[in-house]
Design a protein around this ligand. Structure first.
Ligand code: DC
Length: 216
């Protein structure tokens, strides 16, 4: 067996990354990885441990020490913390507010890169995030960047019952020094403002299948 295939799915918040990554992973029978959930888990852990969010050193130090372990739960890679899987806790407003600060710490990004690359031991991957094509798996031939208008993304968030300043989040994700959100070299950009998830995922699935057939 050759090297595992990695499909990198990056993009702005509420651009449909999770929905599409899951659909693509299911259709191709690849393993799905939500890297945002990994950053959220660390942000939650920092809050639990009372680490001051303005203390970069303390955040990086906790990240080096935490007992976080990757597990494959039915084709979905999840990060367990001390044997526990935080789920609801990582979606609260408090964790959401803390995660951009935690995700901007260089020591955290270094740790996450090692852990995220390690996911390839589980097989072919669909990995969603902000820097997968540009920084985590820059060598992959399968890079996609999803986006949609601010209006459309705000509507999608509102439909999920979340009121969030997306423009502010985009700015923070794009302007941080460490591994900012960007369109990776060679990525196919898909603006799905007027597309359904079905349409977006089908486009990706068909393209990946075709290219894999061409390369044998
Ligand atoms: O995709 P999400 O909303 O769950 O991401 C949560 C936060 O983590 C968001 O502020 C962006 C950040 N993030 C990141 O910096 N790099 C990633 N690969 C994934 C998420």
């Amino acid at each position: 067996m050759g090297e595992p295939i990695v499909i990198a799915l990056d993009g702005t918040s509420a651009s449909g990354k999770s929905t599409n990554a899951k659909l693509v992973a299911k259709a191709l029978e690849y393993v799905y990885v939500d890297t945002g959930a990994m950053y959220r888990s660390l942000a939650w852990h920092c809050l639990e441990k009372g680490v001051a969010l303005d203390n970069e050193k303390a955040i990086a130090s906790l990240c080096r020490r935490w007992k976080a372990e990757l597990r494959n739960d039915d084709g979905h890679i999840r990060l367990y913390v001390d044997g526990y899987l935080p789920e609801k806790e990582i979606r609260t407003a408090e964790t959401s507010a803390a995660v951009p600060t935690v995700a901007a710490v260089p020591g955290v990004r270094k740790w996450m890169k090692i852990k995220q690359r390690d996911c390839a031991r589980f097989g072919n991957l669909v990995m969603e995030g902000r820097d997968i094509g540009s920084n985590i798996f820059p060598e992959t031939d399968f890079k996609y960047y999803l986006n949609a208008s601010l209006d459309e993304r705000a509507k999608r968030r509102a439909a999920d019952g979340v009121d969030e300043n997306l423009a502010e989040r985009d700015k923070r994700d794009s302007q941080r020094a460490a591994a900012p959100l960007m369109i990776a070299l060679g990525a196919r950009v898909i603006d799905n403002s007027a597309m359904t998830a079905e349409e977006t995922s089908t486009l990706i699935i068909n393209e990946v299948r075709k290219r894999l057939e061409e390369t044998g």
